[in-house]
Design a protein around this ligand. Structure first.
Ligand code: ATP
Length: 255
């Protein structure tokens, strides 16, 4: 086996984040593999958001190391992390509501290409840019909605567009923070297979309160309680883990 294949995509080692006397992540270690959907679950206040922020670079841990493809990115800025292939799906505020779906994704593709684009090649680049944007729109289930104004999209479709904007950065790892939030059952049912497909070639870290979606989507689940990982495993392993049942899921929480 080559070194490449055994290096985890993301390797979190003993992350400690303190807020005054409170330890939000407490020597937290976990790994995310290429092509896996790794869900982080846990009760309110367990440290899930604090963890996602440390991965994205929004906050810096007090202790511990974050390795991305074997490279230490603990001190890297959010912007540098995006360039390395670590993207976070942002909330609706990032969307230009007066622009079409295609223009929104096109702008995100252009932002990624940035300085490499020479102005005299603009027309050719434009074509390639929108071809790429169309492929991304298809990938997030908006292939038939490319000409719709983003402001006219249903709530669920806007969330799909947010994922599209993150994909435009060509991530190797995508952070999804409660993608189903505020969605009705039909909308979340539509998002589940889309997220599942993403996981076939990139790594996904998923935080989600909808346990039904989590157990259908995740290849592995880590359970956080009071800033610590109390269990990591496949959905079946987690479902049958006595400590997890006791600390968090309860007997009735998952079918
Ligand atoms: P939820 O499911 O409710 O979103 P969570 O698992 O995402 O919870 P965090 O938001 O990461 O948990 O919070 C972990 C702990 O850290 C909580 O006790 C919270 O009150 C505390 N905390 C989070 N952010 C801050 C902050 N900026 N200042 C002080 N304490 C904070």
């Amino acid at each position: 086996m080559s070194t490449h294949s055994i290096t985890p995509l993301l390797d979190l080692r003993k992350l400690v984040k303190r807020y005054g006397g409170l330890v939000a992540t407490d020597n937290l270690s976990l790994t995310v593999r290429r092509g896996e959907i790794h869900a982080i679950i846990g009760p309110n206040g367990a440290g899930k958001t604090t963890l996602i922020h440390q991965i994205s670079g929004a906050i810096v841990p007090n202790e511990g190391t974050i390795l991305f493809e074997g490279q230490d990115i603990t001190a890297r800025s959010m912007h540098e992390r995006v360039r390395l292939g670590l993207a976070r799906s942002y909330q609706i505020t990032n969307i230009f509501k007066a622009c079409t779906v295609l223009d929104n994704i096109g702008l995100a593709v252009q932002a990624r290409r940035g300085s490499s684009m020479r102005f005299w090649r603009a027309a050719i680049e434009d074509r390639a840019l929108f071809d790429e944007a169309r492929v991304i729109a298809e990938r997030v289930g908006l292939g038939t909605r490319v000409d719709a104004l983003a402001g006219n999209l249903a709530h669920g479709e806007q969330r799909q567009l947010e994922v599209g904007l993150a994909l435009a950065t060509l991530p190797k790892l995508l952070l999804l923070d409660e993608p189903m939030a505020g969605m009705g059952p039909e909308e979340s049912a539509r998002l589940v297979p889309l997220i599942k497909n993403l996981g076939s070639d990139i790594g996904v870290v998923l935080i989600e309160h909808d346990m039904d979606a989590v157990f259908r989507l995740a290849d592995r689940i880590s359970v956080l309680v009071a800033g610590r990982v109390i269990a990591s495993g496949t959905p079946d392993e987690i479902r049958n883990d006595a400590e997890v049942k006791k600390a968090y899921l309860g007997d009735e929480a998952i079918a």
